[in-house]
Each structure stands twice: as C-alpha cells, then as structure tokens.
Ligand binder design. Structure first.
Ligand SMILES: Cc1cc2nc3c(=O)[nH]c(=O)nc-3n(C[C@H](O)[C@H](O)[C@H](O)COP(=O)(O)OP(=O)(O)OC[C@H]3O[C@@H](n4cnc5c(N)ncnc54)[C@H](O)[C@@H]3O)c2cc1C
Length: 305
C-alpha cells in the first residue's frame, strides 16, 4: 500500500441517484463499492478530503482485519480510498450533508461542499457517518488531545507529566504509548473502576491509576489540583449523526445511535444505516465493512437487481 491519494472528479450530475451513502469510512466505502458493483446508481458523500474514516487517525499497525497484516490504520484508509476510486464509484469529497427531507417516496438532501452545493434526490439513503471522540468540556489544544491516534501522537510527551482521563482500553493503550515515547510520568484518572482489559492494565505497572471523582481544569492544566504538562482525554466515542435528520421519527436508540433492523433499515422505509453510527455490532473495520455490504445487498434486492 502506498500513501498516494488519487483525486475524485467532483460529480457534475447533481440530481437523482438510486442510492446515496453519507460517510466514507469502512462502512460507507464497502456499501458504495458493493452498490456500484451490483449495478445501483450510487453516490458516496464524504465530509473530509479523503476516504477511510477513523482509520485515518491511526498510525498504529492494524492487526485485527482477518488476512491483512503489516499495515497501519492510515494505510488501510489509503487502500479504501484507492479501491473506491479505482472501481469508479461516484464520490463527492469535502462535502457535508446539511439537510435531509423525506420527499416523493425517497429523500432530498442538501449537500454543501467546497465546489458543489446542491440538492440531490435519492430513493435509498444510507447513513454511515460513524462516531467521533467524546470531548467532555475540553477543547483540543497543543497540550490537550481528544481521542486516540494522531492527536495523542502529536502531543509533546518526552520528560513530561501526563494525565490520561478515562478508564477504558484506549486510556491504558495511550498511557502505554506515552510512556514508550519517554513521558516522565503518567497518571490515569478513572471515575469508576477501569473497564480496560486486565491484560492492558498489567502492561503498565508504572502508571499511577486514580479511581474516583476528579476535577480536571484545562485553563490551569490541573487534575484535583495537581499540575500536568498535557492531558489525553479518552472518554470513548459517540455517534456522529448528519445534520437535519427528521426529528419526528424514532430513529435513535437509547444510546443515541441509529437503530436498525437485521437488514440495516431504520423505522423509515428506504433510510438505512451501517457501521459504527449504529451500535449493531462490536465496532471495528471488519464489522463496519460487513454492515455496509449487508445494506448494499438489501438495497439492490429492493431495486430488483
Ligand atoms: C486510533 C484508532 C485506531 C483504531 N484501530 C483499529 C484497528 O486496529 N482495527 C479495527 O478493526 N478497528 C480499529 N479502529 C476502529 C475503526 O477505525 C472503526 O471501527 C471504523 O472506522 C468505523 O467505520 P465507520 O465507517 O462506521 O465510521 P468512521 O470510520 O467513523 O467513518 C465515518 C465517515 O463519515 C464521515 N461523515 C460524518 N458525518 C458526515 C456528514 N454529515 N456528511 C458527510 N460525511 C460525514 C466522516 O468524515 C467519516 O469519514 C480504530 C479507531 C481509532 C480511532
């Protein structure tokens, strides 16, 4: 896998599609690829400047995709981008879906991008917008990283005193990486007993773990009054929903994720969701892609292909 990201030609055919997929992470890429291969006229809309989703945040080797080893998350993202491009899927990068309306037995979307602003119509709409790290009351800054991956790797940690906030797998993983990169000390603050796998916790006996309530102050860079050089905020992930979803429908489950049935369809016929924006399966690249494929196949069947 190489790092080059080929450019998509922005779609000039603003108008009607049989299916539109919102979000170009593993779920949306897999869904759009399969729709395209199954003969469905589909458009993939991605808010950022390249495909790959959360994998673009990861400099770490991804050892969790069966049969694929030796590549970082960022390289996996690059491979998704190049695959979708090579297959010829119509794709709109740097474009955010701003408004969704159910209309004429399908959907009307307002998409705003760098070069294209317009309304698209489609019979089937797929939400594959994934998740984003929970920020709490923190603002990302040179000394505050929110979520794992590149934001943490970009923190200056050598000979520094680091506070990691959160008690899950990411908190302990990132504490370990920070120690490997030469941090002077790491303190993990977890309000409840850490949920991280015991094996991960055992890897860093030198990290101090404080369990119980704490107050972290970004302006003073203190936790419970103790001063730190940098914070890593590892509060988990929350569903990232596109703006303008119909509010009058029971689209979300109690955790704020899009609720889908076994086929991947929401309560609204023709409105589908796949990947991490649903919490249907354990979140990872393979399940997200599989979910996207499931939805693509159901849409093609519905269209009689
Ligand atoms: C640091 C890190 C390391 C990881 N390592 C691994 C690993 O080793 N193995 C593994 O299997 N998994 C790993 N994961 C998890 C994996 O990356 C996710 O499970 C997977 O990316 C989820 O895919 P998705 O397509 O559902 O969502 P996402 O990857 O979140 O993609 C959603 C996409 O939707 C776009 N979007 C959002 N809103 C809009 C909008 N309104 N309009 C247009 N586009 C929009 C976003 O820009 C994004 O590109 C890791 C995650 C992180 C953060």
């Amino acid at each position: 896998m190489t790092a080059a990201f080929p450019s998509f030609t922005n779609s000039s055919d603003v108008g009607a599609f049989e299916a539109i997929v919102i979000g170009g992470g593993p779920a949306g890429c897999a869904c759009a690829l399969w729709l395209h291969k199954l003969g469905v006229r589909a458009l993939l809309v991605e808010a950022s400047d390249a495909l790959g989703g959360l994998q673009r945040r990861s400099p770490y080797e991804n050892l969790w995709i069966p049969g694929l080893m030796g590549h970082t998350g960022e390289e996996v993202a690059g491979a998704l981008h190049r695959h979708v491009h090579a297959i010829g899927v119509t794709c709109q990068l740097n474009s955010r879906v701003r408004r969704i309306e159910a209309a004429d037995g399908g959907f009307s979307l307002r998409v705003e991008g760098e070069t294209v602003r317009g309304h698209y119509r489609t019979q089937h709409l797929v939400i594959a917008t994934g998740t984003q790290p929970v920020r709490g009351h923190f603002r990302p800054a040179h000394n505050v990283a929110v979520g794992p991956g590149y934001p943490m790797e970009n923190l200056e940690v050598r000979n520094c005193k680091i506070a990691i906030l959160g008690g899950g797998d990411n908190a302990f993983d990132q504490a370990r990486f920070v120690l490997q990169r030469g941090a002077k000390s790491v303190t993990i603050y977890s309000r409840t007993p850490p949920r991280a796998q015991p094996g991960l916790q055992a890897l860093i006996p030198q990290a101090k773990v404080c369990i119980g309530p704490y107050t972290a102050d970004q302006a003073r860079m203190t936790v419970n009054g103790e001063v730190f050089d940098a914070f890593g905020v590892m509060y988990g992930f929350a569903a990232q929903l596109p703006d303008g979803l119909p509010q009058d429908l029971e689209l979300k489950n109690e955790n704020g994720y899009i609720a889908v049935n076994r086929q991947g369809e929401t309560v609204l016929s023709g409105l589908w969701a796949c990947g991490e924006v649903t919490d249907y399966w354990h979140p990872c690249v393979t399940t997200s892609a599989a979910h996207g494929i499931q939805v693509a196949k159901q849409i093609s069947l519905r269209l009689g292909r």
